[in-house]
Design a binder for this molecule. Structure first.
Ligand code: XUL
Length: 534
């Protein structure tokens, strides 16, 4: 059996697949807030009360979660039947290891549990979380070091982002020098978790290293101008970061004795662990230009690309197997739609409104932009803004919301109350379409909808009408709520030299109506420009 792990913000999930059929035989999860209340996190993290935007997670909690997950899995399967293990972990978070980490990793089995074993390895008990926004100053230093955001994106695949690991390490170096002095090695969450399973320090995974703002994607090396920011006379690049494994199928070794004592076979092999977004790419059999739209709390669009086309407006990583992947990450996804649904009276009314309202009329195009949180793509908000574009004059005018409008009589310049449902679905998809066009060569192939809101056919149809995939739109439903854990189990399978079987997708085609995408894109671009402050 293959074990795939997903260490996400709020949970640790494990899925076990049969080696022949690749169908799930067991799945379990541990919820950090509910199952591990002793760590006192709120949805898996701590929000600092003293440093603005600082968000951390306790590292030992993940050790406790591993023990509990395996205890739960052992009730459903024989752990000794697992032949390969892999994992996908929340991206960007860094783990600061102390000077005895090598011996510590080699002797995890001396500890009675993984909580104390993990604690014994750390120079800093917490890991900066991807939701952290406390490193604006360090981001400016990163962009300045190479000559601006475009240049940084060209080198590392992304402009500087507060959650990215390089700016986070610089923050520890500059604002917490005692911890930095006590740190011998910094890992990502992915190679840290892999190191626990392998019982030795593991290299970075290539795809996940691209989320650090430190790795030069084209030369395949750490970028010296950037690593110079975080190293000093006692922390060389080699000792602080260590190597990056560039072969995604390279195995890390046999599972550590700690896990053998829990019932694993000593011959169980540890494959590389990667980030959750690269891991999700392996859940489905994607071809170049196929897109995964993950509809969760946030929305992410993931695409397989053959060509490296960096831009400060999105992320490019090495694909977890070969080539590249592009990623768009929006924080206004599910919650923004839910706000409109609440206003319209619930999901049935939202869906009906979306299905029965046209955003393109004979004269006008209606575009709404809904950012209840400050958005990453583009950096704008928080606000809700509504625009009407006149097709003849090609002019855009901003209009008040139906609630603000004094105008009780509907006229050509007012926003119909039911318009918001269709407009939010479309503007989220238009933003993806516009940015994908810059990132991809050619048209979108297949679109797969995964994540919680992929069960809503109206949302999937509305988005598909904008994305217009040439090879169809597909919904993978609730099964793919676990896409990330499934992706890591597939990674384990890909690394098995004796593998058989093939990935099967239980997909359902999404039907959609034709809309005038060109007019909508024209209006959307003008509306987004009117809203963007940077
Ligand atoms: C991606 C990102 C999140 C995390 C947590 O850049 O920050 O998707 O990986 O899921």
């Amino acid at each position: 059996m293959y074990l795939g792990l997903d260490l996400s913000t709020q949970q640790l999930k494990g899925i076990v697949l049969d080696t022949k059929t690749l169908e799930p035989v067991a799945q379990c999860h541990v919820d950090f807030e509910d199952d591990l209340p002793q760590f006192k996190t709120e949805k898996g993290v701590f929000h600092s009360t003293s440093v603005a935007g600082e968000i951390n997670a306790p590292v030992a909690m993940w050790g406790a979660a591993v023990d509990l997950l395996l205890e739960r899995l052992a009730k459903e399967i024989t752990l000794g039947d697992i032949t390969f293990v892999s994992g996908s972990c929340q991206q960007h978070g860094s783990v600061y290891l102390n000077s005895s980490y090598k011996e510590g990793l080699a002797s995890l089995d001396k500890h009675k549990d993984m909580t104390s074993a993990v604690s014994s390895l750390l120079a800093l008990p917490v890991s900066p979380n991807w939701q952290d926004a406390s490193t604006e100053k360090e981001c400016a230093q990163f962009e300045a070091a190479v000559g601006g955001p475009e240049k940084l994106a060209e080198i590392t695949g992304s402009r500087a982002h507060t959650r990215f690991t390089g700016p986070q390490i610089l923050k520890v170096k500059e604002r917490n020098p005692k911890v930095y002095a006590a740190t011998s090695r910094v890992q990502l969450i992915s190679n840290f978790l892999a190191s626990l399973f392998a019982g030795k320090p593991c290299p970075f995974d290539l795809a996940d290293a691209c989320g650090m703002n430190l790795w030069d994607i084209q030369t395949g090396q750490w970028c010296p101008k950037l690593t110079d920011l975080i190293t000093d006379e006692t922390h060389s690049v080699e000792s602080l970061l260590g190597p990056v494994e560039t072969d995604p199928k390279a195995l890390l070794g046999s599972i550590s004795p700690y896990f053998v004592s829990k019932g694993f076979s000593p011959s169980c092999q540890v494959a590389q662990f990667t980030g959750d977004n690269p891991g999700t790419m392996l859940a489905l059999p994607l071809q170049a230009n196929d897109v995964i739209v993950s509809l969760g709390t946030s929305t992410t669009a993931l695409v397989v690309t053959n060509k490296y086309m960096p831009d400060p407006g999105y992320h490019v990583f090495n694909h977890p197997m070969e080539g590249y992947m592009g990623m768009l990450c929006y924080c206004n996804g599910g919650l923004a739609r839910e706000k409109i649904s609440d206003k319209l009276g619930g999901w049935d009314d939202f869906n009906k409104a979306a299905e029965t309202t046209d955003t393109v009329s004979k004269d006008n195009v209606y575009v709404g932009i809904y950012f209840p949180l400050r958005e990453i793509l583009p950096r704008a908000g928080p606000f809700e803004r509504r625009f009407i574009y006149n097709k003849k004059t090609e002019k855009l005018s901003e209009v008040p919301s139906p609630e603000e409008s004094q105008n009780t009589e509907q006229n050509t310049n007012s926003w119909p109350p039911n318009m918001d449902a269709a407009a939010i679905i479309q503007s989220q998809a238009l933003s993806i379409k516009m940015r994908l066009q810059r990132m991809m060569h050619g048209d979108i192939g297949k679109v797969y909808f995964v994540g919680g809101a992929s069960v809503n056919t109206t949302i999937c149809s509305g988005m598909s009408a904008i994305l217009q995939p040439t090879k169809g739109a597909w919904r993978c439903g609730l099964e793919m709520a676990n896409a990330c854990a499934i992706g890591s189990a597939h990674h384990a399978w890909l690394c098995d030299p004796n593998k058989s079987g093939q990935v099967k997708v239980h997909e359902e085609e999404v039907k959609y109506k034709q809309v005038d995408v060109d007019e909508l894109l024209k209006a959307f671009k003008l509306a987004e420009n009117a809203c963007t402050d940077i």
